[in-house]
Design a protein around this ligand. Structure first.
Ligand code: ADP
Ligand code: MG
Length: 353
């Protein structure tokens, strides 16, 4: 049960071909350090992917988390950065350039299918998924017509529709369909996806038998495409507009606050996970029971200097957060299983009386 820091990776997107395209960073790939050329400030990452790094390379880097989830640990991968910096490209990608989500799903199915072929201890597995969207501090279920739902603190997935999936193709179809919901719900598609957080969770259940014991593992992989981290200007003074804009920022502001308080705890003060939907959902991923990688996406054009600087500040902070991933294994003996069945039978008999 080792404690380990959140792993932080920066991915620099290609500059567009504008003539005014000038970068505001310098990268030292050996030490994984990014320097802001404007003020010389240095930011150390666990890894930096430069603009031509292909999707496979990014996936190769996060693969250990997916392998860990397959083996019964909780894992989280999330993408942070301003709108247009490459978060969706990194997490979802497109048909020619698959992102982390489709690759992770395929890897998990392949690995588990292979295992159930090769093991001789009655190994079995089951995979299900949920897809949530947080917009203006309200949670919507992308697998259930984008319907608004409440998330209880005790069990954040309780009211979410959980769909069992039997193959990576089926899983991707369902997820794509869910993500379409994300698009149609708002006034303009870009608006909604840049202002909302999408949280996709795969739940893996595996079981095998060892002598008299049944070993069950239940682990989760969260893959999160966050809302754009840019500062939003209030467009007009109307009360509702300002309220909306405050709510759009609330989850991201709380995310930053939670991270700052984890790394600089204030005596007698609880970490404010409950202050936003996003931090409630990501509670285990930050300072809890999970292996977590954060990808900070950077658009290095010098006109985005301020946003890049604040993204790198976020990266350096989140890198100090420590997690402890614990094997999610539950063991029951045959006797307990038989007893459980007996208790259930007696209960049912009692119901009939
Ligand atoms: P975000 O989700 O952060 O708002 P997107 O992923 O939508 O940003 O990226 C914005 C645009 O830049 C898209 O057209 C995307 O295809 C392109 N893009 C982003 N990152 C890369 C990359 N590493 N390589 C090639 N194109 C990229
Ligand atoms: Mg996006």
């Amino acid at each position: 049960m080792a404690q380990e820091n959140v792993n932080v990776v920066a991915r620099i997107r290609p500059l567009s071909n504008e003539t005014s395209d000038e970068t505001c960073i310098e990268i030292d790939p050996v030490s994984s350090t990014i320097t802001l050329t404007t003020n010389g400030k240095e930011f150390n990452m666990d890894k930096v992917f430069e603009q031509n790094a292909p999707q496979e390379e990014i996936f190769g880097y996060v693969q250990p988390i997916i392998a860990a989830v397959k083996n019964g640990l909780h894992g989280t991968i999330f993408a942070y950065g301003q709108t247009g910096s490459g978060k969706t490209h990194t997490m979802i990608g497109n048909d020619e350039n698959l992102g982390i989500i489709p690759r992770a799903i395929e890897m998990i199915f392949n690995a588990l299918n292979e295992e159930s072929k090769n093991r001789n201890d009655n190994f079995n597995f089951n995979i299900s998924c949920t897809a949530l969207q947080i917009y203006c501090e309200k949670t919507y279920d992308l697998l259930n017509g984008n319907e608004k739902i409440e998330i209880p603190i005790s069990d954040i997935f309780k009211n979410a529709k959980e769909v069992e999936v039997n193959s990576s193709n089926e899983c991707m179809k369902i997820i794509k369909c869910g993500l379409e919901q994300r698009k149609v719900s708002g006034t303009s598609m870009n608006e909604t996806s840049s202002r909302s957080h999408a949280i996709l969770t795969l739940t893996l259940k595996t079981e095998y038998f060892k002598g008299n014991e049944k070993h069950e593992r239940i682990s989760r992989l969260n893959m999160v495409d966050l809302a754009g981290s840019e500062k939003r200007k209030h467009t007009n003074n109307s009360k509702t507009q300002n309220l909306e804009s405050a709510n759009i920022n609330k989850s991201l502001l709380t995310l930053g606050k939670v991270i700052r308080e984890i790394i600089n705890p204030v005596k007698n003060q609880v970490i404010p996970y409950r202050d936003s939907k996003l931090t409630m959902i990501l509670r285990d991923s930050l300072g809890g029971n999970s292996k977590t990688t954060v990808i900070v996406n950077i658009h290095s054009n010098s006109k985005y200097f301020t946003e890049t600087s604040s993204t790198l500040d976020f990266a350096v902070n989140v890198k100090k957060v420590k997690n402890t991933a614990i094997l999610q294994e539950f063991i029951t003996s045959k006797e307990t299983i038989t007893l459980k069945v007996e208790v259930q039978r007696l209960g049912e008999e009692n119901d009939k009386l």
